[in-house]
Design a protein around this ligand. Sequence first.
Ligand SMILES: [Zn+2]
Length: 278
Amino acid sequence: MRLLEYIIDANHRALAGDQKDGIDPADYAQSLPLIALTCIDPRLNRFFPDILGVPEEQFIWLRNAGNIITSPLSSTMRSMALACAVKRGREIAVIGHTDCRIRQTPITALIEYFKELGVSRAALPDNLTEFFGVFASEQQNVMRAVDHIRASPLIGPSIPVHGLMADVRTGRLEWVVNGYDVLGRAAVPLPASKQPAIGKALDEVSALGDFKLGEMKFPEVRIGEIATDVKLKVSQAKETVESAKKALRPIPSAHPPEPPPIPPPIRPQQRGKWGMRD
Ligand SMILES: [Zn+2]
């Protein structure tokens, strides 16, 4: 079985009571490290990487609100590209989850939450759905993210890109997109009309140097040097943040208490024992 097929099979077996199998990294040297993009939801903290059964040192975890990718060149996309290029990630999995608060938050409520934080409606973009990439279906959001990754010129065509859903209560994983099935086919870039305009807007705002899609030019600086620019912008932004902090006040929880924690179905075995199996 290939890596993700093994992971899902082991996940289902673990939920059925078989807690024996972790991943033996030696068996999947060509597929690890695994890059995973998940939501920021803290309820996921206890699951990863345990429910995947991969050792921590082979697990590269990217997170953003709603595991959203807004375009093939978005900020998250760039982190993912560097995770492949610098950290040598071999496979990518976008892992959405059930009961996602990002999906459940209506735009009117979002505007209200920002208002409570001292951010007026006028300070936000007109189209908040597009700007934040909010979505109506967790599964469709995962499919869209997988499409963007496969269409990205920053990701090599040999890297499988999977889409999964995790049950936030039990940790059960289900396929949304089997990346092995589509690996052989050439990635078809999304038509410009289907790419959220906000992706372009964000790219303009956060452009690193003179990166241009058409010419694929990257700035002749090391990644760390960009921090100098960022420092300047951070110091300029600090004053704004400080004044915003003054307007902050505790916000009562908008959600009911969480259910008690459930042990993850797969416990990685102790370091050095990955190869041991019954
Ligand atoms: Zn979420």
